[in-house]
Write a protein that binds this ligand. Sequence first.
Ligand SMILES: [Zn+2]
Length: 326
Amino acid sequence: MNRVQQRTALRDYYSTHFNFDDLAAFINFSDFSTREFGFATLEGKFFRNISFETPKALIDFLVDRTPYHVYIGAVYNDPPTRENPIHTLEWFGHELVFDIDLNEYDAVRQHVCNCQGADQVCIRCWQLVNLAVHIIDETLRLDFGMKDITWVFSGRRGVHGWIADDVGFTINQEQRMSLIDYLSVIHGEAEKARIQDRTKLKYDFRYRIEHTVFKYFLKNVRRKDLIDLGFSSSIATNVMKQLEHQEGQIDESLLRNFNLRIAKINKYDEILRRWVPRIDHKVTIDLRRLLRLPTSIHGKTGKIAQILHPSDIFSFNPDEESSIFT
Ligand SMILES: [Zn+2]
């Protein structure tokens, strides 16, 4: 598609398919006119410090200007404008958001699938995202009492978790940082990132992490992964046979059995290192962060940053999503 065709596709989407009501369910629009928005154009220019009096004014802008990327930021005391940019305004609030992106997993993704380069994603490596959603969602609900959590596809290789509970909107940077610290078992992004000493984790959380990680690992493991970890060929065959027999259902005895085997070859931390959630810290702690507007179009892929409904969140396959540009 050339630029003219892309512009037409964007205009068609924002004029007929874009629905603001879906967003209002988890984004606080009571102070709509003082909320910051940002845009990237088809020509590659980037603008922020923009605000709109009403949602309709925003939609009219999207239809008229057909931006390539649409971003939403924080709420301030006055409308952000070029003359009154956000650093001159008083910050009022920003939803608590968690960003899970396969970019963070580049150092370990080769142990899970055969994707090459930054643009590829497949259903196998998407399980890393699913696992992170599983653990973070459950932990925010059970350990922090949060209830209103919406997961949104980023349009490319990740998801954003938006927390709509009131407490999430106004908590400061230190509080956001301590939430990240609680949820992060891994430190550093490189291949050899350090796994936290598990004895220092809260028992429930530690159990949840280990239990969920090993379940996902076994559900997705290939014979070659077991051999690579150091298992003998006969043990690898044996484990694969057991898994086949259980048809994807990982029961507790299989899990216990496998954990004993993995402890024997001392690869417990190695599996955790490959699979534990890797959260992009910067997104959560930056109070003035611009984030892709849920249900807008990701300009690079042409895919909708769609809301993932709880009933089908774990069966979502980003690779099968259609693009408005094709
Ligand atoms: Zn992949």
